[in-house]
Design a protein around this ligand. Structure first.
Ligand SMILES: *[C@@H]1O[C@H](CO)[C@@H](O)[C@H](O)[C@H]1NC(C)=O
Ligand SMILES: *[C@@H]1O[C@H](CO)[C@@H](O)[C@H](O)[C@H]1NC(C)=O
Length: 365
């Protein structure tokens, strides 16, 4: 028995070896995803070229604002260059983040024929600004579009791909309850952000905001259930000077019992925020009505932040917002318009009978 098994093994090895030998020149063709043989007949001779298909993205991480358009770069080329164009098929796939969910089809294009799928229908096209340009244009960008995109080029036997990650560029803003500081549990903080047309920020978003200079001395909830605050300039009133600048964390907290402020994240320029031109100042109820009479709504805090950050909205007039706070956005700091840094100034929540201007919001589509 023992020797029979050994013999069988030897025979199998020999067979595999024979197969390799007999396939000879062809073996290379199947051994590797990149290469294939292109047979050219010229002058009666036969030449073998090794042609390699390269698929690359000049920008593997793209960030964009919701409601805008975005281009996910993808280019392909042959090495050596080809004299005549080949028929290629471009296919884009999408995998929402975090992973785990299966890749879904976004679009497929062969020559001028193309087809888009699901939610992407009618919102995507292949750019084709130059030979080999297979970049995907999404217009407009919607709230669920973030994730990992894969650009696949299929050319006969070959198929090569590259991936591009799409994330939202946004703005993080601190938020507290109209009833006061440190009063919201996790669920209330989440809801408060949503009511201001935003979401509880993720740690990555808060960290990016800190890198861009966000400095805030009150701890707020973050989407992962921790409470944190970003400090650029360490100071006594803000945890002391012995700690380095950074995002300071209280760690994971009790989502029902612990109470903090919130850090909200918004990434949307779907609508337009404007300061309503009105002949007189308005109390809160009048302000709400005035926006409605103008065909819009009183603006939410997240909408004002997004307009300030992404559209450069700058207005030195205190105005009511939907939550009963009074604020105004400054891009270019100047005398009599608040502090020395750009930002959204807040007077906090004011008694609703007081008279101010108002910021309204209109959806563009
Ligand atoms: C796409 O966005 C760019 C700015 O990022 C803008 O100039 C262009 O007009 C937009 N195109 C469309 C079709 O919206
Ligand atoms: C605002 O003024 C109107 C009168 O123009 C009044 O009816 C209303 O109660 C006032 N609202 C508040 C919150 O004071």
């Amino acid at each position: 028995m023992q020797s029979e098994i050994v013999n069988m093994r030897i025979i199998r090895h020999l067979l595999v070896l024979l197969m390799h030998l007999s396939l000879g020149t062809f073996a290379e063709r199947f051994s590797n995803g990149y290469y294939y043989q292109d047979i050219v007949n010229g002058n009666g001779g036969m030449y073998f070229h090794r042609i390699r298909l390269h698929v690359e993205s000049s920008e593997p991480l793209v960030s964009a604002v919701q409601g805008s358009n975005v281009t996910l770069p993808c280019h392909y080329r042959y090495e050596p260059e080809l004299n005549s164009p080949r028929r290629t098929r471009v296919k884009w796939f999408w995998q929402p983040e975090p992973g785990g969910v299966q890749e879904r089809d976004v679009m497929v294009a062969i020559g001028t024929r193309h087809r888009s799928y699901g939610d992407f229908k009618g919102r995507v096209r292949i750019r084709r600004s130059a030979p080999g340009d297979a970049s995907l244009v999404i217009n407009p960008l919607q709230s669920d579009d973030t994730g990992r995109y894969r650009c696949e080029i299929i050319d006969g036997l070959e198929d090569e791909s590259t991936t591009v990650h799409l994330k939202f560029r946004g703005v993080v803003f601190p938020y507290y309850s109209s009833k006061g500081r440190y009063l919201m549990n996790f669920h209330e903080a989440k809801e408060a952000c949503e009511q201001q047309d935003s979401h509880l920020t993720t740690f990555e978003q808060l960290f990016a905001a800190w890198e861009e200079g966000l400095d805030w001395c009150n701890a707020g909830w973050v989407a992962d259930g921790t409470a944190q605050y970003p400090v650029s300039v360490p100071r006594e009133a803000c945890g002391g000077t012995h700690l380095a600048p950074g995002v300071r964390s209280y760690g994971a907290r009790d989502k029902d019992l612990d109470r903090f402020d919130a850090f909200c994240f918004t990434s949307s320029i779907r609508g337009e925020v404007y300061f309503l031109q009105h002949h007189s100042k308005l109390n809160f109820t009048e302000a709400e009505e005035a926006c409605q009479n103008d065909g819009g709504h009183i603006a939410k805090v997240g909408q004002l932040y997004a307009a300030w950050r992404f559209v450069g909205f700058d207005q030195c007039d205190a105005g009511w917002l939907a939550d009963g706070s009074v604020r105004y956005p400054i891009v270019t700091p100047r005398i009599n318009c608040g502090l020395s840094e750009p930002g959204v100034r807040s007077f906090g929540f004011l008694p609703k009978h007081l008279k101010h201007g108002v910021y309204c919001y209109k959806v563009r589509w």
